[in-house]
Design a protein around this ligand. Structure first.
Ligand code: SF4
Length: 327
């Protein structure tokens, strides 16, 4: 894509300190370890991976809701102002986040209309009953539902109300963190369709964070797969999710039930990753069915794969190593 990105993150880093056991020595956990990504107007980047891989932390770092320990974020080509400053607060009106649990995101004691109007007051924007009605209609709610309390709405209606509130400031960027995982399956498709429609109408960029690969494929223009705090593969959804190049992405994709597919599910050996105990070399090597000696020594860089240019962090995909010959 030739258009300059709305937001560009380079080498984001987030570390936490923790202790192993009560008297154990302190260890450093790298929740996000050098993540770079670009978000473009009218486009969605899907971020996928197992729970604990760092995708939600990445979303918060991008918005400045959590301090970064390294790297930086540029908005419209300029460095993002430091979080908490007046310049950052002014920019926050243009970036909104939608969380997983709509009931938790809404105030149970306030009617929906008052909550949709809240961001307008916070950011000093003109608010009126008509504007709230317009926002509710935009997400498929009726203006008279402004008087309802969160518990009087269904799960899908509550997520629509959360979206109406997020749209109140006409954001240029929406970060959606698992926005459908708390909803009934029957309602998930409606919310996915709504997100696509809203993007077509308003042209905002979206970072769609989810462990649901089918949902990511439906809404995303590009997709990035994360493992233990790093992006291991990135490209167009049809390419990455139909023919993944990284062995971890292959295992993830193989877990999606697909009636016509012959390939069996790839079951990874070993325990799920522990961010406090990051393996040397390629962090995936203890579980990787294709690991070779180099993988335990050297971490592969995320770079374009020879041939098709897809970004992959794997020695084999890059041609840096060859599979050992069968005995
Ligand atoms: Fe597997 Fe090695 Fe590739 Fe890592 S670098 S994904 S261990 S083959």
């Amino acid at each position: 894509m030739s258009e300059a990105p709305l937001l560009e993150a380079r080498g984001l880093l987030r570390r936490y300190g923790m202790r192993r056991g009560l008297l154990g020595r302190p260890v450093e956990v790298r929740a996000v370890d050098g993540v770079s990504l670009s978000l473009h107007r009218g486009r969605t980047l899907g971020l996928v991976g197992e729970s604990g891989c760092g995708k939600s932390t990445t979303g918060r770092l991008v918005l400045g809701l959590e301090p970064s320990d390294g790297g930086g974020v540029a908005w419209e080509g300029r460095p993002m102002p430091p979080p908490g400053t007046p310049a950052w607060r002014a920019l926050r009106a243009r970036m909104q986040m939608v969380f997983q649990d709509p009931l938790g995101a809404l105030d149970r004691r306030l009617p929906i209309g008052a909550q949709v109007a809240e961001p307008l007051a916070i950011h000093g924007l003109p608010g009126s009953r008509d504007r709230v009605a317009e926002l509710l209609r935009d997400v498929g709610l009726r203006p008279d539902q402004a008087a309802r309390y969160p518990h009087e709405l269904s799960g899908g209606q509550r997520q629509r109300a959360v979206l109406a509130r997020a749209l109140a400031t006409a954001p240029a960027l929406l970060v959606c963190d698992e926005p459908i995982s708390a909803l009934d399956v029957s309602i998930q498709a409606q919310v996915m369709n709504l997100l696509t429609e809203l993007q077509a109408r308003h042209g905002m960029a979206m970072l769609f964070i989810s462990h649901d690969l089918r949902a990511v494929r439906q809404v995303s223009h590009r997709v990035a797969v994360m493992y233990l705090g790093r992006i291991v593969e990135a490209g167009k959804p049809d390419a990455v999710l139909q023919d993944p190049a990284h062995p971890y992405a292959r295992a993830l994709v193989s877990a999606i039930p697909h009636p016509g597919r012959r390939q069996a599910r790839i079951l990874l050996p070993g325990d799920p990753p522990n961010p406090a105990d990051r393996p040397a070399g390629c962090a995936f090597h203890p579980r990787c069915p294709m690991a070779v000696a180099l993988c335990a020594r050297e971490a592969p860089a995320l770079k374009p794969r020879p041939g098709d240019g897809r970004l992959v962090a794997c020695h084999l995909a890059q041609g840096d190593a060859t599979l050992p010959k069968a005995a």
